[in-house]
Structure formats: C-alpha cells, structure tokens
Write a protein that binds this ligand. Structure first.
Ligand code: F3S
Length: 81
C-alpha cells in the first residue's frame, strides 16, 4: 500500500511531478503541487496502476517534496493547501 503527499513548504513549483504523474499531482493557484486523489491529505491509497508514476515523481522532485509512505500519512498536510 502506498500513500503520498506533497510538502508544500518545500515545493518550489518546478512542475515535474504533474508532468510525470498527471493523474496524481496537480497545482494550486500558486503553482504548488498537491495530491489530486485526496486533496493532499495523505489518506487515500494510491491505486496500483499509478504507483510507478508516483515513485518516478518522488525520485524526480528536486526538493524531495514528494513524500511516500506505506502508512496513512495523516491529515496534517491538509493545512498546506
Ligand atoms: Fe514541487 Fe517537487 Fe512537484 S518541487 S512541483 S513537488 S516535483
């Protein structure tokens, strides 16, 4: 099981994650990324067919803002939206 969220405190709006995993990541008005699947709460398990894209985004982000976990990350990320 895989959960993901974007740390918007460190995201520099580089735009890589949405290019690599467009079904998972989108950008807010400021260009900061967030997880479409669960509004960046880190609570929705990434479907199996999207996990490779998420891993690619995680490895591609220049600021390591794409967080991955095999546990529910939790709702604290909500405050970053
Ligand atoms: Fe931000 Fe990293 Fe995506 S800097 S836009 S979270 S690839």
């Amino acid at each position: 099981v895989m959960y993901t969220y974007v740390d918007q405190d460190t995201c520099i709006a580089c735009g890589t994650c949405g290019a690599v995993a467009p079904d998972v990541y989108d950008y807010d008005d400021e260009g900061l990324a967030f997880v479409l699947l669960d509004r960046n709460t880190g609570t929705f398990a990434v479907p199996e067919d999207l996990q490779e894209d998420v891993t690619d985004a995680h490895e591609s982000c220049p600021t390591e803002s794409i967080k991955l976990s095999d546990l529910v990350i939790g709702k604290e990320a909500l405050t970053h939206i």
